[in-house]
Design a protein around this ligand. Structure first.
Ligand code: SF4
Length: 365
């Protein structure tokens, strides 16, 4: 049985104005120690895997993995592979930011076997990028996507919606520019303003006023433009050329197994969801203390598979519905306006994806 492997790198060049992820500013000494801590983590975590279990998707995320100095990722992967098997032909993604995705970095990632790059572009509007505190310009972002595509990586680009100075024209221009630059996959995330961030302060001072209605319009505009450019939406926030869906993220949405390495990283193995404590100093000192978030029965797992599946084009498989105790025919009689069922899978109609949380809570949970 395969699984997805996630490796968390909690360092960035600088901290963006909206970010509340578990990350910190890059420090080469701590990053070097982090490499050793990841290998120690892999050794301990290997005991939780079944013999012969191999990762058929690997995802290095952050933070900003491309901020690591040359050689660090290689050392981490070499050590991790001593304890955890990578399957032949695995999808191997590395996240990166445009300012640190250089020719040299692309070369290094190629050597390591990375075959997919996910770049945090976020916007191509200079005023927006400055307001978000991003460490790159629009020109650098387009150049990074072009470079990744030229070097033969499968490329995904992220955009944030509902951000300062953003217009529908920006959103459409972004999608077209990414297609021209060679991205095969796009993700769009709504901005959340977290208390304690510089952006939160800007909102409090009245410099920026987020609007849910405007964000919803931008979201619709984004996926309309994506469809016009050949990207098919396959999940609430994601669209891809046919066959270019992210295999690793599909594991999350299908409630399949994954193992997370790194401080703060989440895992889901044998029905148990847990994460490693978000304490970088303890992690660097060799602690991999796990915090159990949930232990799920087979029925609860099936319900989770149903809920996540409904947020994708593939829907919730009939077997998961049966195991979760959901009668599709009865559901359709109550809520046929929102759902379709073709015998193989239950689907939420795409026009309701943006309000899926409310519908799923009302009719499924
Ligand atoms: S690059 Fe990503 S993880 Fe790093 S500070 Fe910005 S938003 Fe946060």
């Amino acid at each position: 049985m395969s699984f997805g492997l996630y490796i968390h790198i909690p360092f960035c060049k600088s901290v963006c104005a909206y970010c509340d992820f578990f990350r910190g500013v890059y420090d080469s000494h701590r990053a070097q120690r982090y490499v050793g801590a990841l290998i120690n983590n892999a050794k301990k975590a290997a005991a939780e895997l079944r013999p012969q279990q191999a990762a058929d998707s690997v995802y290095i995320g952050g933070g900003t993995p491309t901020v690591l100095a040359e050689g660090m990722l290689a050392a981490a992967l070499e050590g991790i592979k001593k304890h955890i098997k990578f399957a032949e032909g695995a999808e191997f993604t590395c996240e990166g930011n445009p300012e640190s995705f250089t020719e040299k970095k692309a070369e290094e990632l190629k050597r390591l076997g990375v075959n997919r790059v996910s770049l945090g572009v976020q916007s191509l509007n200079g005023a927006t990028l400055r307001a978000l505190g991003r460490a790159h310009t629009a020109r650098q972002a387009v150049a990074a996507v072009e470079l990744a595509a030229r070097r033969g990586f499968r490329v995904s680009a992220d955009m944030m919606l509902g951000v300062p100075f953003q217009t529908e024209a920006d959103v459409k221009a972004f999608v077209r520019a990414m297609r021209e630059a060679g991205a095969e996959h796009l993700s769009a995330y709504m901005l959340t303003v977290h208390e304690g961030t510089p952006l939160f302060e800007a909102v409090r001072r009245g410099e920026f006023c987020p609007s849910e209605d405007e964000s919803a319009d931008l979201y619709e505009a984004f996926f309309r433009a994506a469809a016009e450019c050949g990207y098919a939406r396959y999940e609430i926030s994601n669209a891809a050329f046919p066959g270019a869906e992210c295999r690793h993220n599909l594991k999350y949405w299908r409630a399949e197994e994954y193992l997370g390495l790194g401080a703060g990283a989440f895992s889901m193995l044998g029905g148990r969801r847990y994460h490693i404590k978000e304490d970088l100093d303890a992690y660097l000192a060799g602690s991999c203390e796990e915090v159990t978030d949930e232990v799920m029965s087979a029925k609860e797992l099936a319900l989770e598979q149903t809920v996540f599946g409904l947020r994708t084009r593939f829907g919730a498989p009939a077997e998961a519905l049966a195991a979760a105790g959901i009668d599709a025919a009865e559901l359709l009689s109550r809520a046929g306006r929102y759902f379709t069922f073709d015998g193989g899978a239950l689907r939420l109609k795409e026009e309701f994806w943006l309000v899926s949380d409310g519908i799923i809570t009302k009719y499924i949970l």
